[in-house]
Write a protein that binds this ligand. Structure first.
Ligand SMILES: [Zn+2]
Length: 175
């Protein structure tokens, strides 16, 4: 399994189901610099879907499960290109990132009954971007009380199994 740490600084969402974010909080797996060679969002598309937790691949952007989710099913939409700032996206990338964000919402809703979403990108380390060199749009499902939408799996399986099953569920629902 690959490593990511794109979730940014801890905030109020930390009270959610996030035991494994300890790895992030401890600062593990941080890229050593901002180059594409060190960038997890450049590396992930080179892996197979299972290893990279890729849910969907588009023409200019892809959708990946966040390894350090704020909530179960937390996805990220990333352009393949190593660009940091939203203003650097081409029109085609902008349209596809938007389209994949909407598709991600539909898919998450269909499999989990999410009642709401937090959507957005942290632009720059100062704004909380964990990997500021490669922009990524967060799609974070929310529930009233933010209960785990897979309580049985969540309580009985190890994290890699849980992430793998979540990926499979979302990829399968992505029509
Ligand atoms: Zn990159």
């Amino acid at each position: 399994m690959t490593h990511q740490d794109g979730v940014g600084v801890p905030d109020g969402l930390d009270r959610l189901w996030t035991p494994h974010r300890m790895a992030y909080i401890r600062g593990e797996n941080k890229p050593s610099d901002g180059t594409p060679r060190e960038c997890p969002f450049c590396r992930i598309p080179t892996l197979d879907d299972e290893a990279g937790l890729v849910v969907h691949r588009g023409d200019t952007a892809y959708v990946v499960l966040n390894l350090y989710p704020y909530s179960p099913g937390h996805l990220m939409v990333c352009p393949y290109r190593h660009v940091a700032d939203y203003t650097e996206l081409t029109d085609a990338e902008t349209i596809e990132v938007a389209g994949l964000t909407r598709a991600a919402m539909r898919v998450i809703r269909s499999v989990s009954g999410a009642q709401g979403f937090n959507i957005g990108m942290n632009q720059g380390a100062v704004a909380g971007a964990g990997i500021s060199a490669h922009l990524h749009q967060h799609v974070v499902p929310r529930w009233a009380g933010d209960q785990n939408f897979m309580p049985i799996i969540g309580r009985t399986k190890t994290l890699p199994e849980l992430m793998s099953e979540t990926r499979q569920l979302l990829a399968g629902a992505w029509a």
